[in-house]
Design a protein. Sequence first.
Length: 568
Amino acid sequence: MRIANNMTDRAQALELPSRTILSGPDRAPARAMLRAVGLGDEDFERPLIGIANTWTELTPCNYHLRQLAEWVKEGVREAGGTPLEFNTVVVSDGITMGTEGMKTSLVSREVVADSIELMARGYMFDGIIALSGCDKTIPGTVMALARLNRPGLMLYGGSIMPGRFQGRDVTIQDVFEGVGAAAAGRITEDELHELECSACPGAGACGGQFTANTMATAFEGMGISPMGSGSVPALDDEKPEVARACGRLVLSLIENDVRPRDIITSESLKVATAMVAASGGSTNAVLHLLAVAHEAGVAFDIDDFDRYAAETPLLADMKPGGRFVAADLHEAGGVRLVLRRLLDGGLIPDDLPTVTGRTLAEEAADVNEKPGQQVVRSLEDPLKATGGLVILKGTLAPEGCVVKVAGHERLHHRGPARVFEREEDAFAAVQAGQIQAGDVLVIRYEGPKGGPGMREMLGVTSALAGAGLKDHVALLTDGRFSGATHGLMAGHVSPEAAVGGPIAAVLEGDMVVFDLPNRRLDLEIEAGELERRLRSWAPPPARYPTGVMAKYAKLVGSASRGAVTNSL
């Protein structure tokens, strides 16, 4: 909806928050300071729109967002608003992976949400457009929108295009797996270098249905991002107008008093979950959707996620388990096509509102499916009858853990535990050829408190894939997995080791059993032995006694509830 030219007059009638900071003789000092950054009398009369940017030149995922923000601001001005841009932090999972730096990634999700909340409350923005790119910026921005509940939306910067290596499309996933392949002698170091130089050809988030594209898909389905906005690749010619349209749209949300909590409901969380499951999305979606639900005050738990995913067929043949990347999905028909399939099957409600002012059914009706596309299967011919993620419980995960099943068929595994107290030790063991077929790698003290920060294990899982062991071993951890991880891997094991969860009591050689059909993850030991071991357990010393990491470790809750820091 385009805002009428009388938006300045309407701003006074709408009792907007910004009037408190801008209007009246007593606010002359505030206006004087804002004049120094280029604002004038007309700007003060219009709604104040915060452009929450996550731009950085430290990762391709967000590198282009400075320009994207300029187009968004053009749209805001066209519709009668005054845009003011500010920035927040970004931590690249792909760059920090396998190092201590990776521990800051999930922490940054909370900092993104906190900083946007602080800026919006401090400057009393009337509306907010949040620009996201790398993994944690996407849920972090939506968490902030849910907390503030002021008219707003999230715009995803879009995916990188695939690279080309030896005649095939490649992504950053291939580089991680190339490290393991080189260590195993399956490719040369020169080939690894060529792959490294080819995989990331420009700006945009990682190209498969990894965490970034998973969450963008989920939030379009939820309705907090405009349908069709996120699947447009980062550097596509369509992106400028997508951004301008979002700038115009936020003024419509203010005019019609549409707020994030009108959009983020138990029903729209079901849609978001179904979109993740149907697209073979990342295990991180569980963590992030639980966190968003918490911030919005919506009842939604880990069992709800499992139930909705079990009702949803896997339809999109996307990397890491499948063949295609995000740009292929966009060309095939985009997120709308996945949504249309789910609506046609009666798997999700069709009358839910979105930030565009249209219902999900109205948005899906505009799908333009490319003839002959192979990215999204039909309901009659799914890749799998149930979605790509399952929640297991059992003696090793009383509160639950997450397993991604898209792209592989193993539903059972029983093997001896190979126990590691941190990710680096497990990675070294894989690279040294010390892991055998049948083993179960147990990586602990990597949870939200124990890490702290709940690192992703892509370095280890990719090394296993590169060594040819992906289909012959299993892994469990109280840490996380990247969206690029594939194989029989259980993450988010809760309670975590650092709080005395059962994973802390596993010993080298213990038999571990994965039973996906029965949703079980169990330790095969005598009755009472687990309890005896845990009674003698003592927590290790804190890895970070001071600073932001210590603060996070003190405040963060269980991964089974989203690993949020404001659970009180």
